[in-house]
Design a protein around this ligand. Structure first.
Ligand code: SDX
Length: 434
């Protein structure tokens, strides 16, 4: 990766009679940045930014979000255009390589991914160690981490060829692992991937086919699944991507870094929100109970939040939520469950929230997780599988960001500092004297 930050003057920081100049850089889009790398050396002070609300951790050329405009670009292409006109494998190529593929490049890439979908024969034994009621995300963290015990020919992170092979293996095998986590939870036999099927169709077949009868592919649901994967593929330096970058900055095994990202994504404030949003809609249950829950979301003494609403960056409607809502209606129409009560509750909750001055003032709009749960439930996935599907799709984003970090000439091992407010140095006190 070539660093392309453009010097744009300096900012001055004056404290205790001392002034330091901090270089300012401009990117291609978005806010300028103040380079504080010399701050500690120049001033003996750290910056302080819990949650990194105002801190850029890296230079990146992959994904750009304009939270005020509600736009999302993958390598410059708007998410709504990609969802409408592209497919997930082409988006994987775009995120990894920076450009849309030629017909020949696409065919080669697609063929490679299809040919890496199988797992090592011994791998299936890992699933057997879990209780049947294990959360599928627990299974994903464990089994994806276990991939680091295989494929030793593609873990030399300093070898570009090994990085490419590890990237292809991760993208190709995640659906097979995710489908196995689902099958194991419901006590059905694992289904082997089929290379003649496209990525989304192959995944749905591995999830819903049973050996007792022929499986009938549904192109409408496969297209919806593919679109859902596109919407979830990458999203700048979110919590799980930052986790993968930080793990990778120490030179760790790439599969282990992805397992760390899965662990972070699991949280209900992040990728776990789709599961939490559906659980919330089920708890609300009917339109007439919505005001009670909206009041709770506004009550500072109540920890309840409207899951699927709000975002650290989007202070406008999440552009993915618009596409997700359209996809939700398409799936419910295809499955003839248009009058799904949860959809009625979701649409009325969205209408009320978008008019409520608390949500308007705090710029809390539905995010991608608000409609994804209803869609995935209608497709036959249990709630616990929702974040697994998010992890499946986000794997390419994690891999692209990890590769960019490895190739960034300015990258160093991540090691934040702190504001220490604990005990000062003191002598040990023997037990007899306590
Ligand atoms: C994802 O980062 C990414 O890009 C993530 C993601 C991706 O693709 O990787 O987009 C995926 O994680 C989407 C977000 C999914 N999470 C949820 O839907 C969970 C519910 N949302 C919230 O927990 C919250 O909105 C966050 C975590 C998403 C964002 O929180 P922030 O930016 O830290 O904002 P905040 O918690 O400081 O909230 C600002 C104010 C607070 O009130 P005040 O302290 O100012 O009085 O808004 C309130 C919050 O109380 N608020 C909410 C709310 N979200 C924020 N109030 C009610 N319901 C909510 N959902």
């Amino acid at each position: 990766m070539e660093n392309k930050a453009k010097p744009n003057g300096t900012a001055q920081l004056t404290y205790n009679g001392k002034t330091v100049d901090l270089p300012v850089y401009s990117g291609e889009l978005g806010p300028d940045v103040m380079d504080i790398r010399a701050l500690y050396k120049e001033t003996g002070m750290f910056t302080y930014d819990p949650g990194f609300t105002s801190t850029g951790s890296c230079e990146s050329q992959i994904t750009y979000i304009d939270g005020d405009e509600g736009t999302l670009l993958y390598r410059g292409y708007p998410i709504d255009q990609l969802a409408e006109k592209s497919n997930f494998i082409e988006v994987c190529y775009l995120l990894l390589h920076g450009e849309l593929p030629s017909a020949k490049d696409f065919e080669e890439f697609d063929w490679t991914i299809r040919r890496h979908s199988m797992l090592h024969d011994q791998f299936d034994q890992f699933f057997r160690g879990f209780r049947r009621d294990a959360h599928p995300m627990a299974i994903m963290v464990g089994t994806v981490g276990a991939l680091s015990a295989f494929y030793h020919d593609s873990t030399d992170i300093n070898d570009p060829v090994a990085r490419t092979v590890a990237s292809h293996r991760m993208i190709a095998k995640m659906p097979t692992i995710a489908a196995r986590a689902f099958k194991y939870a419901i006590g059905q036999p694992f289904i082997t991937p089929r290379n003649e099927l496209d990525y989304a169709s192959n995944f749905l077949r591995m999830c819903f086919a049973v050996p007792a009868e022929d499986y009938k592919d549904n192109p409408v649901l496969a297209k919806a699944m593919d679109k859902i994967f596109i919407l979830h593929a990458d999203h700048e330096q979110n919590a799980s991507t930052s986790t993968v970058r930080l793990a990778g900055s120490s030179g760790a095994n790439p599969f282990a870094c992805i397992a760390a990202g899965i662990a972070s994504l699991w949280g209900p404030a992040h990728g776990g929100a789709n599961e939490a949003a559906l659980t919330m809609l089920q708890e609300i249950g009917s339109v007439d109970r919505i005001p009670e829950f909206v009041a709770r979301a506004k009550d500072k003494s109540d920890p309840f939040r409207l899951m699927g609403f709000g975002h650290r960056v989007y202070k406008n409607y999440d552009p993915r939520a618009k596409v997700m809502r359209e996809t939700c209606h398409q799936v419910l129409d295809e499955l003839d469950v248009r009058d799904e009560p949860l959809l009625q509750v979701a649409m009325e909750l969205e209408r009320i929230a978008l008019e409520d001055e608390y949500f308007v003032e705090k710029k809390l709009y539905p995010n991608i997780d608000f409609y994804s749960g209803i869609t995935l439930k209608a497709m036959g996935f249990p709630t616990e599988m929702f974040t697994v599907l998010f992890a499946l799709a986000r794997t390419v984003g994690w891999i692209a960001q990890w590769s960019e970090m490895i190739e960034d000439p300015s990258q160093k091992i991540g090691r934040p500092r702190q504001l220490f407010t604990g005990a000062q140095s003191r002598d040990y006190v023997d037990l007899s004297a306590r």
